[in-house]
Design a binder for this molecule. Structure first.
Ligand code: PXP
Length: 236
């Protein structure tokens, strides 16, 4: 089971004052000491939180699993080829959005994503796609050669009645595993709503940011990470 901690919001705090601290590289060390398997950052086109220099520093520090979330643009392909994260998760990016809105719609992708992905793969980078829990999206991710999918859990985490959303996620995860796709989940996951997801054995990785960074304000980031790991382990 992989827990990758998204530390974008450490950079959000730093950028609020355009200072040098808090430093995402420092946070990454603490996160890894807390027991996480890896680090995720989203380098956005508008650079609102993580900067290119953060990514480069993280590449030197994170020897386990560095996951770069990015939009499928030429600029990002160039940066990924230079920095060589262990994996790239392709996400949609809309100007002005507060956070990622929905998964990448592979049925409406405006470009040849298979070709774009093979460029990344030729640099030794594993490529996954952030998609909604939808069978057609899943099939398309497989067809164009994704190594893994990250199922967007946002609708579930916001739903009043969660049962249908959990069923949707479980079905999509099962279908993906049948086709030998690795399945991760992420977006809006916290210390409580992760529990039903942990009953879906096909999900083998989690990308969690906001809840952990928020809790870190009160208990420190190492502790915030290790509390999440205890919950994940407890469900095994
Ligand atoms: N996965 C993806 C693709 C995301 O865009 C985000 C948010 O940056 C996350 C996971 C983490 O979501 P959260 O910060 O709500 O845990």
């Amino acid at each position: 089971m992989i827990l990758s901690v998204n530390i974008d919001h450490v950079a959000t705090v730093r950028q609020a004052r355009q200072e040098d601290v808090p430093d995402p590289a420092h946070a990454a060390v603490e996160v890894l000491l807390g027991g996480a398997d890896g680090i995720t950052v989203h380098l956005r086109g508008d650079r609102r939180h993580i900067q290119e220099r953060d990514l480069k520093a993280l590449r030197l520090i994170v020897k386990t699993d560095l996951n770069l979330e990015m939009a499928a643009t030429e600029e990002m392909a160039r940066i990924a080829a230079e920095v060589k994260p262990d994996r790239v998760t392709l996400v949609p990016e809309a100007p002005g959005e507060v956070t990622t809105q929905g998964g990448l719609d592979l049925l409406k992708a405006p470009q040849d994503l298979a070709q774009y992905m093979s460029g990344l793969k030729s640099n030794g980078i594993r490529v996954g796609i952030f998609i909604d829990p939808d069978m057609d999206q899943m099939k398309e991710a497989l067809r164009i050669g994704a190594a893994y999918v990250e199922i967007n859990t946002n609708a579930y985490t916001k739903a009043k009645f969660v049962r249908d959303e959990i069923i949707r996620i479980a079905r999509a995860a099962k279908a993906a595993r049948r086709e030998r796709l690795t399945v991760h989940a992420g977006h809006g996951i916290d210390y409580k709503n992760i529990l039903p997801l942990l009953n879906i054995p096909e999900i083998t990785g989690y990308s969690i940011g906001y809840a952990i960074v928020s809790r870190a304000l009160f208990v420190g980031i190492r502790q915030a990470v290790s509390e999440m790991i205890e919950i994940i382990k407890g469900a095994r």
